[in-house]
Design a binder for this molecule. Structure first.
Ligand SMILES: O=c1ccn([C@@H]2O[C@H](COP(=O)(O)OP(=O)(O)O[C@H]3O[C@H](CO)[C@@H](O)[C@H](O)[C@H]3O)[C@@H](O)[C@H]2O)c(=O)[nH]1
Ligand SMILES: [Mn+2]
Length: 742
């Protein structure tokens, strides 16, 4: 590895002498930064004017009721203003990076490429089907990369023999699949995706795939591997570990080398890459730190076995869609910039419906904001689709932190084969559940513990240490992943994120203190934008209820139409929405998808973010315990059908639906009463903004009303939720009306 690095830097250095710019990549600063900055100045003045106006109104409140409502609005506007300020950091210096992988092989021999260890995490064979894991592993094993330099490690926190079985089957199938991809120049090397998009009915390879799939799915359905599939002695031995006492929460480490470079060959006689199954030791007495713990176990086990200088982390449902991705990644690492710590590829999604109703593509989070961070030492870590330099996990660029044992050092050279007995023993040792006691793992070394969004938190801490990153977003998606298609799954996912983000915001590493000190204000604001994002629930909840209830009480909250302050409100609303929409379209979005994006933003804030914040508080008070609820990746056909019809999937009676259903009812009632008042010729001049807000709420809630009353399919809102929401709306209405009369 060391020799590789020296050869690499020598060649790159030679090129640098002749050409000032890099042969492998380029950066372009977007000109829109000037417009962004100018608009930010104007908008900042508008916000200040609004706050001044609000303070004045609070001070002159005629009644206690008025004081209550104006103060709530003032606090809301301060939070909105703070979040606006955070969001500006992304707009100050957006940068796009391009890569030229075609130059790579002109300057370097493939045998000088650095070795690559890929980590795939899975945690539950029933929520994350073993066939999905096998497909992801195969798609990466088939990278256009020297097989003897490629290792794929699968971590199974579900501790399931079913997943191991799927991988053993995948390795066998892989010896046919890898040459098939090479010879046919297949681009999407995930077998399942390939066969879905290329209908080749009777080919031998497809039949092999189908029969492997049947064996694996059969086993999953029965919950165990049938004896007829455990034919070889090797299989019997591997599965022997799953004895009586083996449970998911309590079991010894299982490490199985499923395929080994040099030893295992494909049907054309080429070497296969390494494929290693790892289920780290679990015991009830020590914390396992969810995915971050799994990744640290992977870091250590891979260090002992192959110790590649580059690491790729993937979720089990993130398949490779382009075999040349490692070349694109190398275009960045090749550049001799010692502080570059990771290259992030965006999550892109397969099978979204036209409007992308749940805004699953997270265009702002994965495309727009990272371009903004590219100009500020790089994007945050998304948890998947990321190539790291192994060294990044051992302290800042200039201060190396020694791991406990020599074999874990990133520059340690592994000379023995991965099936060598002492190596396997050491690997088991470092995968032990007590291994990390009294070490720096999770605090100073490796992926960081303490937040349910270990990706966000780890990336943040690494940036604070002085590491840099880049976003690599080629035209062809490098990876494709799946997304939840039921609203409850979507909200459970973002609820976990909310808890994780608040764990960062209110820790001693808060972006506002620690971050500002180590990252400078701009970058710290980027991190604060995410970390404090859940706080937006408060202003959104206020704006979703108070002006509407005030309207029902004929209580005017905002300026009248001819008042100059009226236009300030209109400018602030249109300015923010207009800019958001424009950025979305410029990032290749459509109006339809932008509309879904802003709607789901409201829904999330009125559901997962609100409830997640409450859960965070409950965790803190010790009333509940934190957990990582894995997102469901099993697709139900009926749900799938409704998803493609563009219908929201509610279905289950989940508390997640209550807050926004309540708001939906309040907005509709306020709008109807407002319209009735107009028809009775009442003068509504002073209630116009309230009418506008209620109308905006109603338009956003159309799918909710539909799911409450018009739909009869299984995806409708359960009647129980409707009843609870109507009652809650009544209680909120009564309480606020009471206060208004004080
Ligand atoms: O105890 C655990 C829990 C989860 N996982 C794995 O973590 C990954 C992400 O879990 P998922 O349920 O799919 O969560 P998402 O919310 O979809 O994932 C996003 O958010 C996570 C942080 O909450 C990040 O880890 C992910 O990379 C990011 O894609 C999956 O591969 C899981 O198998 C584990 O390995 N061990
Ligand atoms: Mn996921």
């Amino acid at each position: 590895m060391l020799i590789n690095c020296i050869a690499w830097s020598r060649a790159a250095g030679k090129w640098k002498l002749q050409h000032p710019s890099s042969p492998f990549n380029s950066s372009k600063r977007l000109r829109r930064r000037f417009l962004n900055r100018a608009f930010a100045v104007i908008y900042a003045f508008a916000i200040l004017a609004l706050l001044y106006h609000q303070v004045e109104t609070v001070l002159h409140s005629p009644t206690y009721g008025a004081f209550f409502i104006y103060t709530s609005l003032l606090i809301s506007d301060i939070i909105l203003g703070f979040m606006w300020l955070n969001s500006q950091a992304f707009r100050m210096n957006p940068v796009i990076k391009d890569v030229f992988p075609e130059n790579l092989e002109k300057l370097f021999d493939r045998k000088d490429f650095p070795a690559l260890d890929t980590f795939i995490c899975t945690a539950d064979p029933y929520k994350e089907p073993p066939m999905t894991v096998a497909n992801t592993a195969l798609s990466v094993m088939a990278y256009d990369y020297p097989a003897e330099k490629l290792s794929v490690y699968v971590s199974d926190d579900g501790g399931s023999e079913l997943t191991l079985f799927a991988l053993m089957e995948a390795a066998k199938f892989g010896s046919y699949w890898l040459p098939f991809c090479r010879e046919n120049k297949v681009m999407n090397r995930c077998p399942d995706a390939y066969f879905r998009s290329n209908p080749i009915p009777d080919s031998k390879i497809k039949m092999m795939y189908e029969s492997m799939k049947r064996r694996v799915e059969d086993s999953v359905e029965k919950g165990k591997i049938l004896d007829e599939y455990k034919t070889s002695e090797e299989a019997a031995e591997a599965f022997g570990k799953w004895n009586e006492g083996f449970t998911r929460q309590d079991h010894p480490a299982v490490i199985k080398v499923v395929s080994q470079t040099g030893n295992d060959k494909d049907i054309r006689g080429h070497s296969m890459p390494n494929l290693v199954y790892l289920s780290r030791e679990k015991c009830r007495t020590s914390e396992h730190h969810f995915k971050a713990g799994a990744l640290n176990a992977l870091l250590r086990v891979s260090a002992v076995m192959t110790n590649a200088p580059i690491i790729l982390t993937l979720d089990c449902d993130m398949i490779s869609n382009d075999p040349s991705t490692p070349h694109q990644m190398l275009c960045h690492f090749m550049d001799n910039s010692p502080k570059l710590g990771f290259v992030q590829f965006p999550q892109r999604f397969d099978g979204l419906n036209k409007a992308d109703i749940y805004a699953s593509e997270f265009r702002r989070m994965f495309h727009i904001n990272p371009v903004g961070m590219n100009g500020l030492s790089g994007p945050d870590y998304f948890g998947t689709g990321t190539f790291f330099r192994r060294r990044i996990f051992y302290g800042a660029p200039s201060t190396f932190i020694q791991p406990e044992i020599l074999e874990l050092r990133p520059d340690h050279v592994v000379e023995k084969s991965i099936t060598n007995q002492p190596i396997l023993e050491l690997a088991h040792h470092v995968a032990g559940c007590n291994y990390e006691n009294q070490t720096s793992w999770g605090s100073k070394i490796g992926f960081r513990y303490g937040s349910l969004v270990e990706d966000f938190y780890t990336g943040y801490r690494l940036h604070c240490e002085g590491w840099k990153s880049v976003l690599c977003n080629p035209d062809r998606a490098s990876f494709l992943c799946e997304m939840p298609i039921s609203l409850n799954d979507v909200l459970n996912q973002t609820k976990r994120w909310t808890i994780g983000l608040l764990e960062v915001s209110f820790s001693k590493h808060s972006p506002l203190v620690f971050g500002v000190w180590f990252l400078g204000p701009l970058k710290a604001h980027c991190y604060a934008y995410y970390a404090f994002g859940p706080l937006l629930s408060f202003p959104i909840a206020v704006y979703a209820c108070l002006p509407q209830i005030a309207l029902l009480n004929n209580f005017s909250v905002f300026p009248k139409v001819w008042d100059p302050w009226f236009s300030l409100y209109i400018f602030l609303f249109l300015g923010a929405y207009g800019q958001d929409c424009l950025e979305f379209i410029l990032a290749q979005g459509t109006i339809l998808r932008w509309w879904s994006d802003q709607r789901i933003w409201l829904i999330r804030l009125l559901s997962s973010d609100l409830l997640g914040s409450l859960e965070y508080i409950a965790n803190h008070l010790g009333i509940s315990t934190r957990g990582f609820e894995v997102t469901n990746k099993v697709v139900d056909n009926e749900q799938n059908k409704r998803y493609y019809e563009g219908k929201f999937e509610f279905g289950v009676p989940s508390p997640n639906f209550v807050p926004f259903s309540t708001a939906a009812i309040l907005n509709l009632t306020a709008l109807i009463m407002g319209l009735l008042k107009i028809s009775w010729n009442e003068n509504l001049d002073s209630l116009i903004i309230q009418m506008l807000i209620a109308s905006f709420g109603v338009v956003n809630c159309l799918p909710i009303y539909e799911a409450m009353v018009l739909r009869s399919d299984n995806g409708r809102i359960p009647i129980k939720i409707t009843i609870i929401s109507v009652s809650l709306a009544w209680v909120v209405y009564a309480a606020v009306s009471f206060i208004l009369k004080l």
